[in-house]
Design a protein around this ligand. Structure first.
Ligand code: GDG
Length: 723
């Protein structure tokens, strides 16, 4: 929550919260007509009513957690399983069924509180790793509401994520959202990889096609309230001595006594991900390696207490105390202590004073989703001076390349970089900071939030458009009516994915009796011409449908067979190119386990449905790349279908073949159904009055959409009942 509730001797005190998310969202929350639902930090057994009233004034609603919830859900699954796992600290990860159950239970509590407050709500923005299951829970209850989700911490690589026993539930939980946001492209990429490997969904650049809807994934690097930091820093310098903060007075007093002193600032929550020990040891190494600075440099280290209920945090506190003690013991003199260590949180103005005053900021997390402190430090620099040393493991490093970027595990590098920072000429500091400040000012927290919310609006609009295309009972009735009025009707039906589901081996997708019955009933009506139009080879279709009374078009429009007739080529074509291309494809088969080549009369197809999904996709991209240059002067084209890459003669497609069929006789009504993008050729060539139906939820020019092949069969059965 953006506020914290404290109860002292019966009095309720509401104060702003400390922490990246809370600080950032505070300004956003005030800009929108919104309600913030969260846990106030107060456990259930106190005077609830007063707490609720106090929170309501701040636009907040409390989700009541019990002591058990706090232990098992918050300190437990959230902070002992997800937090360490997602930050690559797998040595700290606990897998405990009871904690997982609590995580589910509390996510459900959130869903219930949302449900109680749904009046007039059209958008929900869910934040962070404590609520990974919530998007799905809300979506199930309120399918029409638009849900955004933002993860403030890293999303780990699949190799790490896969170790969690409840990985599929977690991914499915997140996929309840319509838009998923991450700080960086890497986290987005890792998430996509887990989706592909665990659930096998198709991914098109940054869109995931679920059976019923599309989920968009994007990166939105979180910014800060730049002006607030910058202006507070300016104001603070105008204060008279009396009004200055204690922190500033102390720093200025010290500088007067020892003008050559350089202050290095370190600020974080006390957390093992923040790399405090490494930082201290690197500082120690710096003092050893460059003794001339021993009396001239002070590390001001502010460690804000955090998650004190979790063991590792208590252990870390003792460890930090010990290392600070050791270094101070080693390097202190009567007048000087090299590390000023504070284990507490400071008021905002003091924080800004520290940012503004210290010449160097040393921010060295081992892993960090973003790290706002780095940005706040730069924003608080009013004269352009100051050097930021930043870990490459912080999401912020992706946008702040003008900082001195270090590997947090390389203490020698950090020590040398401190030296470099001290020696950096003022002009260079100002040059680097000017670029950083410009960027932070522009892409501030307001922009971050509005970018996310605008994307969410776009997703919603697209969803509405897509929903408008759904084949509803009303639109079905309309089609039936047109169908019944027509004397001659042509039905173009794609096969795989349209009349039947996909199988790992295409040979296994044989038609079943139900399908034969539907097609026989339709083609048995003399007013109908049923055309199966597919990318399949003619031998397979001959075997499955050769003796049926349907027209067959195969190989995307190379061959045509009328009922009872022979196979004819629609246009004469040449296949002499196949030998050359086959050897390239064989090379890919050898290097991609599970993939194979299918040979048709006038095309070659590389299938990778059975291969590792990531490898298959990467190889498909490589293959397409290689083929593009290979076929440049040959009259060939490369088609990418559903887990296949197909090379065939140019200018042949389902659309052209369909027009050939339509030339034979005037048609009163055309109905075309197909699932992949090769069917888009068909939809686009047909006259406007044709009824075109897409199977699946992805983009289409078809007029209607249905969910899956079962729905197509249901619809065709209905048609077959009409005359
Ligand atoms: C998580 C992710 C991601 C710190 N000390 C005091 C104080 N702070 C404020 C800072 C800053 C915030 O706390 C810390 O934010 P960070 O981003 O550095 O880190 P986390 O708390 O771990 O935040 C992180 C973030 O979410 C946002 O998505 O960047 O990667 O781990 O805003 O100003 N504020 C006050 N007194 C203090 O003593 N008033």
């Amino acid at each position: 929550m953006p506020v914290q509730v404290q109860i002292t001797e019966g009095n309720i005190e509401v104060t702003p919260s400390v922490g990246g998310l809370a600080t950032g969202m505070m300004s956003v929350n005030q800009t929108f007509d919104s309600l913030w639902i969260g846990w106030s930090g107060v456990v259930a057994d106190v005077n609830r009513k007063q707490v609720d009233i106090a929170l309501k004034k701040e636009g907040c609603v409390d989700v009541q957690l019990t002591h058990e919830d706090v232990e098992l859900y918050y300190e437990g699954f959230s902070n002992k399983t997800i937090w360490p796992l997602f930050h690559y600290f797998n040595q700290f990860v606990e897998f405990d069924e009871e904690k997982w159950q609590a995580y589910k239970r509390v996510n459900r509590k959130f869903a219930d509180v949302i449900a109680e407050n749904m009046e007039g709500v059209d958008k929900i923005w869910i934040h962070d790793y404590h609520l990974l299951l919530l998007p799905q829970m809300v979506k199930e209850k309120f399918p029409d509401v638009t849900i955004g989700f933002f993860l403030h911490i890293p999303f780990p690589s699949y190799e790490l994520f896969r170790i969690i026993p409840w990985r599929t539930e977690i991914i499915n939980g997140m996929l309840g959202a319509d838009l998923l946001g991450f700080h960086t492209f890497d986290y987005e990429r890792h998430f996509m990889s887990s989706v592909r490997r665990l659930l096998g969904y198709d991914i098109n650049i940054n869109e995931i096609s679920l059976p019923k809807r599309i989920v968009k994934v994007d990166n939105f690097p979180m910014g800060i309230d730049y002006d607030k930091f910058h202006e507070t820093a300016i104001e603070s310098q105008k204060h008279s001595i009396r009004d200055k903060s204690e922190v500033r007075k102390e720093l200025e007093r010290y500088s007067l006594l020892y003008p050559e002193t350089r202050f290095i600032l370190s600020i974080d929550r006390l957390d093992y991900t923040k790399g405090l020990i490494n930082r201290l040891e690197a500082f120690e190494l710096f003092l050893q390696k460059y003794p001339e600075y021993q009396e001239k440099v002070i590390l001001v280290m502010l460690a804000v207490p955090s998650r004190i209920g979790v063991d590792q945090y208590q252990q870390m506190k003792s460890e930090v105390d010990e290392v600070v003690g050791r270094i101070n013991g080693e390097f202190s003199t009567i007048n000087r202590t090299p590390i000023w260590y504070f284990f507490r949180s400071l008021p905002f103005e003091n924080l800004v004073d520290l940012y503004n005053y210290c010449e160097i900021a040393l921010i060295t997390p081992i892993r960090d989703g973003m790290n706002l402190v780095a940005k706040e430090y730069i924003a608080s620099k009013t004269d352009g001076r100051g050097v930021l040393i930043l870990s490459e493991m912080a999401g912020a490093s992706k946008e702040m390349s003008e900082a001195l970027i270090i590997n947090p595990n390389d203490k020698a590098q950090i020590a040398d970089t401190i030296k470099k920072a001290i020696d950096m000429p003022v002009e260079e500091q100002m040059e680097r900071n000017a670029i950083l400040q410009e960027r932070l000012k522009r892409y501030n927290v307001g922009k971050w939030a509005s970018d996310f919310l605008n994307s969410l609006d776009k997703v919603r609009l697209r969803e509405q458009k897509s929903l408008a295309k759904r084949l509803t009972p009303a639109s079905k009735n309309l089609i039936m009516k047109k169908y019944c009025q027509a004397d001659y009707r042509v039905l173009f039906l794609d096969y795989d994915g349209t009349l039947t589901g996909f199988k790992n081996n295409p040979k296994h997708a044989r038609p079943d009796q139900e399908l034969y019955d539907i097609l026989d009933n339709l083609s048995g009506n003399p007013k109908n011409k049923v055309v199966l139009i597919s990318g399949r080879d003619k031998e397979t279709f001959q075997e499955w449908f050769g003796n049926r009374s349907y027209t067959l078009i195969v190989e995307h429009g190379v061959w045509l067979k009328e009922a009872g007739g022979d196979w004819k080529m629609i246009e004469p074509i040449d296949d002499s190119w196949k030998d050359g291309i086959r050897s390239s494809l064989e090379f890919y088969v050898d290097r991609t386990p599970g993939s194979f080549i299918e040979e048709k009369s006038f095309s070659l197809v590389w299938h990778y449905r059975k291969s590792d999904p990531e490898l298959g996709l990467n190889r498909a991209i490589e293959l397409k790349d290689e083929l593009t240059s290979l076929v440049a002067n040959m009259n060939l084209e490369i088609l990418e279908g559903n887990k296949v890459v197909e090379i065939k003669n140019r200018g042949i497609n389902k659309g052209k073949a369909a027009l050939k069929v339509l030339q034979e006789k005037p048609t009163d009504q055309i109905i075309a159904v197909g699932d992949d993008w090769t069917d888009e050729f068909l939809f686009s060539e047909l006259p406007n009055e044709a009824i075109t139906i897409k199977v699946g939820m992805s983009q289409t020019i078809a007029g209607y959409k249905v969910e899956n092949f079962e729905e197509v069969r249901g619809f065709l059965k209905q048609l077959a009942c009409e005359q």
